[in-house]
Design a protein around this ligand. Structure first.
Ligand code: ZN
Length: 502
């Protein structure tokens, strides 16, 4: 039987692919770094931060992001073991442990075998460990570094895992379920905050007390006194002077962790994702700036220890299907249109819309609400919409009026696909305002969920050049572990090819 050259090539490619996959499954593929292990290791994860989010932020500020100045730049695929479009739990598990897993799973393979995170390996190797996030510290991304649960919603079990982690610094958002009020834990051990205190953690909420923390204070868990939504830090644009910012948490973490044996610090910009779910460009841009300011703190540290530090920045997935262009604005961009907005969608719907409804009920007309929209978002209702991006167009006015009526009736969570595509699960008026404003700025949103586009990964310092190129999110864990002189311990094959083809 004659075998054609085409078939032979195909067979050869298949064999090579299989070899690559199985070699990776054993964790042997990545021998990227053979030098002296890095002592100080930073991993920054911008949740929901894809290339469009970074590009929009740079276009808005007119300045290059610190992360984009790094010498090594790569592209990273993000899919989960069982779904092309990933979620934060599966993605964070890949980044933390080098193990592809299923949607919702934390710190384990799809077969539920626990996998060690880079943070746990660093701790066992004598390093100090810090975990910082702008969302609750038991949320999927931070939890993937210290917890092992089949469902990310097991917040009580995650809080208990935090108490048992022996990590040195936790900072940012709060804890979601210290008393197992969700009743999804099978192993209740008592109030998790008590367990955390009993494990020797100092709990700090006051900003002055936080700023005064010294390494001699020992293990610390700290969150901001105002937690805005789901125990998260307020959006950067909503913060008051007495709030602790993500860069402040990062700076303090560095100060607390710095020691001769080195440290591993993970910092998550978690609300870039949340703002993108809600399609609010001004909110995600200001949170991306805050995330980048946190990265600048690590860069300042690296300048003092250039031969011993590595900083890696990545996203866990894109969110919102954002793009830098919109049908209605053709080739034009008006990023300045986002300047006047001075509250996040969250604060606007939680406070302004809520108060309006309470005070005026269903009787108030849209006409009466217009000045409020102008006040908080800068959108105008008079003028030449062809010349001024701040002016609401006729079709947009109709959309706003319709959304306003639904908001005043208390409509939310739309099952009708036509309405879901307009509003997702958000307050109809608020999300329509940000759509109008974002579209006029020349930005398009295609989803209220994550998307499957690859993300960018940046690196500087020890072994950074291995982060050039195109690779999968599990490879970030392998590369970092290799640079730290550690080896990954995973339990199931990372089958990239099959998932991508689904
Ligand atoms: Zn998300």
């Amino acid at each position: 039987m004659r075998v054609s050259i085409k078939k032979m090539i195909l067979l050869l490619v298949c064999v090579m692919l299989m070899a690559a996959v199985s070699a990776q499954a054993e964790g042997k593929k990545v021998r990227v770094y053979k030098g002296k292990p890095a002592k100080y290791v930073f991993l920054f994860i911008g949740d929901g931060m894809g290339l469009p989010q970074k590009g929009a932020t740079e276009a808005f500020t007119g300045e290059q992001l610190v992360m984009n100045t790094f010498p090594a730049q790569g592209m990273t695929t993000t899919y989960a073991a069982d779904r092309f479009i990933t979620g934060s739990a599966a993605s964070a598990t890949s980044l933390a442990s080098g193990q592809k897993t299923n949607i919702g799973m934390l710190g384990m393979a799809p077969n539920q075998k626990h996998v060690k995170s880079i943070a746990e390996l660093a701790k066992a190797n004598g390093k100090k460990v810090g975990i910082v996030s702008s969302v609750s510290i038991d949320h999927a991304t931070p939890a993937a570094f210290y917890a092992h649960v089949p469902t990310r919603g097991q917040y009580y079990d995650i809080d208990v895992a935090l108490s048992e982690s022996d990590f040195d610094f936790f900072g940012g958002g709060g804890l979601k379920d210290v008393t197992n009020k969700k009743k999804n834990s099978k192993n209740y051990k008592g109030n998790a905050l008590d367990l955390i205190k009993r494990a020797g953690y100092k709990v700090v909420i006051d900003k002055d007390e936080f700023m005064a923390l010294k390494p001699s204070d020992g293990k610390v868990i700290s969150w901001n006194s105002w937690l805005q939504d789901s125990k998260a830090l307020p959006y950067a644009m909503d913060m008051r002077p007495q709030d602790i910012t993500l860069p402040e948490f990062t700076g303090k973490a560095i100060e607390m962790l710095d020691n001769p044996d080195g440290f591993f610090l993970m910092v998550e910009g978690g609300k870039i994702d949340w703002a993108c779910h809600a399609n609010d460009a001004a909110a995600f841009i200001r949170n991306t700036i805050s995330f980048d300011d946190s990265i600048a703190k690590a860069v300042a540290f690296a300048k003092k220890h250039p031969k011993e530090t590595v900083i890696v920045v990545t996203g866990d997935h894109e969110c919102g299907g954002l793009t830098l262009g919109f049908a209605g604005t053709k080739y034009a961009s008006h990023f300045n249109a986002l300047q006047p907005q001075d509250v996040s969608f969250q604060k606007f719907s939680d406070e302004v819309v809520k108060l309006w409804k309470e005070e005026h009920g269903e009787k108030a007309k849209f006409e009466d609400f217009k000045p409020t929209i102008t006040h908080f978002f800068g959108l105008e209702f008079d003028g030449d919409a062809k010349k001024n991006p701040m002016v609401v167009k006729d079709y947009q006015l109709a959309m706003l009026k319709d959304a306003y009526a639904r908001t005043m009736k208390g409509e939310k969570k739309f099952k009708d696909p036509a309405l879901y595509n307009l509003y997702g699960g958000y307050d109809p008026l608020t999300v329509t305002i940000t759509h109008v404003l974002n579209n006029n700025a020349g930005l398009g949103w295609t989803s209220f969920k994550h998307t499957g586009v690859p993300v960018a990964t940046s690196a500087m310092g020890v072994g950074a050049s291995s982060f050039n190129g195109y690779y999968d999110n599990v490879d970030i864990a392998y590369k970092l572990m290799s640079i730290m002189g550690l080896s990954p311990k995973i339990h199931a094959k990372n089958d990239k090819v099959k998932v991508a083809a689904k």
